[in-house]
Design a protein around this ligand. Structure first.
Ligand SMILES: [Cu+2]
Length: 153
């Protein structure tokens, strides 16, 4: 009996230590200095991975262009992008709202990052496999400033 208890306890401890070793990933995505583009168009994570995504907006003395990064539900890039374009009618869109439209299709988002600044977006990758688009919702950027986070085993 004692050995069964010991074995059970051992398995529990094993499970706890495995649980603590969740997959982690760090990735840096840099905006282009001139064009509305990210340098990484696609990356892959396993479901449930703890992701640290650094978004860098390199300084450019001419454009001083802010950018952000939103990760949205599969196939919702266009819907969220159009909502961002419509956001221009809202005087608070580029300030208080950080150019993030009101949408239930947004899973994670950075703040609006000014030229020369960076932000780290931390999140846990969805458990459901699929292609999760990311995009910059500064109005006019999303159609080309986008990419795909693939959640795959
Ligand atoms: Cu942008």
């Amino acid at each position: 009996m004692k050995s069964i208890l010991t074995a059970t306890l051992g398995l529990c401890l094993l499970a706890v230590s495995l649980g603590a070793k969740a997959e982690e990933m760090e990735i840096t995505i840099t905006a282009d200095k001139v064009q509305f583009l990210y340098d990484i168009k696609e990356f892959t994570v396993k479901p449930g991975t703890k992701v640290k995504l650094k978004l860098v907006n390199p300084a450019d003395s001419v454009t001083r262009q802010p950018h952000n990064l939103l990760i949205v539900k599969p196939s919702k890039k266009d819907v969220v992008g159009m909502a961002a374009n419509a956001g221009m009618a809202d005087p608070e869109f580029l300030t208080t709202k950080q150019a993030v439209p009101d949408s239930e299709d947004i899973l994670f988002h950075s703040k609006l990052i000014q030229a020369g600044e960076e932000d780290i977006l931390e999140f846990v990758a969805p458990s459901e496999l699929g292609d999760y688009p990311y995009l910059c919702t500064y109005p006019g950027h999303w159609a080309i400033m986008n990419g795909v986070m693939k959640v795959a085993e």
